[in-house]
Design a protein around this ligand. Structure first.
Ligand SMILES: C[S@@+](CC[C@H](N)C(=O)[O-])C[C@H]1O[C@@H](n2cnc3c(N)ncnc32)[C@H](O)[C@@H]1O
Length: 232
């Protein structure tokens, strides 16, 4: 796959566990790839600014936080939900890094670790946190709540873009539903409007069949697979 939007550069400042939190040890999505998926969704979207971005399986909010930091010009609101309260605790911490106040708090936190342990990794993390802080130009509004993505998701706003990285078997399992990405898409119908663009990333064995949606794109990259949809 040719990258059209996300630059081939060093994304180590975003490394999970460095400045962004990775308390649950969930493997994180590659930064360049998630940003490319967002770029493609934005290309399909009729709206190019003031984007409301939603992830219904947000986990620790890693991907959403990375997207918020890298797309300050287009994203104005981020909505995150997950079935698991422990994941949501981490998502709250990560999404708080999108504000100057939150990133400054994180810098103080890493500073105290550096003073305590004098480790080079903490010094590098402080440098990264300052670089991430410099990316923040706008106040992205965030909303985080618990929801089973197969059931009624209570949202009073229709997101412009939904990007979700669904559970993939042995590491993170579906809870409260069958292993069926098609059912997820059906459930998302209720929270989107005719303009909402939905990107689902999954492994190659997972298949989507949902007549209400038209597929705009599908791509394989290594062992990952993503598809982009909108309502017919
Ligand atoms: C691959 S992880 C997502 C990682 C996330 N993109 C990140 O950046 O941290 C999949 C998530 O789906 C959640 N999940 C599993 N079943 C769910 C359900 N029925 N409804 C909502 N979330 C669910 C899991 O708790 C897990 O956090």
């Amino acid at each position: 796959m040719e990258y059209r939007y996300a630059k081939n550069c060093n994304y180590e400042d975003f490394a999970s566990g460095r400045v962004l939190y990775n308390i649950n040890r969930v493997p994180n999505f590659p930064v360049r790839l998630i940003n490319e998926i967002y770029g493609r969704c934005l290309e399909y979207s009729h709206k190019k600014k003031d984007i409301c971005l939603y992830d219904c399986c947000c986990g620790g909010g890693y991907s959403l936080t990375v997207l918020g930091l890298l797309n300050q010009n287009s994203i104005s609101k981020i909505i995150a939900s997950d079935i698991d309260y422990d994941m949501l605790d981490v998502a709250k911490l990560n999404l708080s890094l999108l504000s100057k106040e939150g990133i400054n708090r994180r810098i103080s936190e890493i500073n105290s670790l550096y003073e305590q342990f004098n480790k080079e990794s903490h010094m590098n993390a402080i440098k990264s946190a300052k670089k991430l802080s410099n990316l923040i130009q706008t106040d992205i509004n965030t909303h985080i709540f618990q929801a089973n993505a197969f059931e009624d998701i209570q949202m009073d706003i229709k997101p412009d873009i939904i990007i979700t990285d669904v559970p993939y078997g042995n590491l993170v399992d579906w809870q409260g539903g069958e292993d069926e990405v098609s059912l997820l898409l059906q459930s998302l119908m209720k929270v989107c409007n005719n303009e909402t663009i939905i990107a689902v990333t999954m492994n190659k064995s997972q298949k989507i069949r949902c007549d209400a949606f038209q597929r705009l794109e599908k791509q394989n990259i290594g062992k990952r697979h993503f598809e982009i949809y909108k309502l017919k």
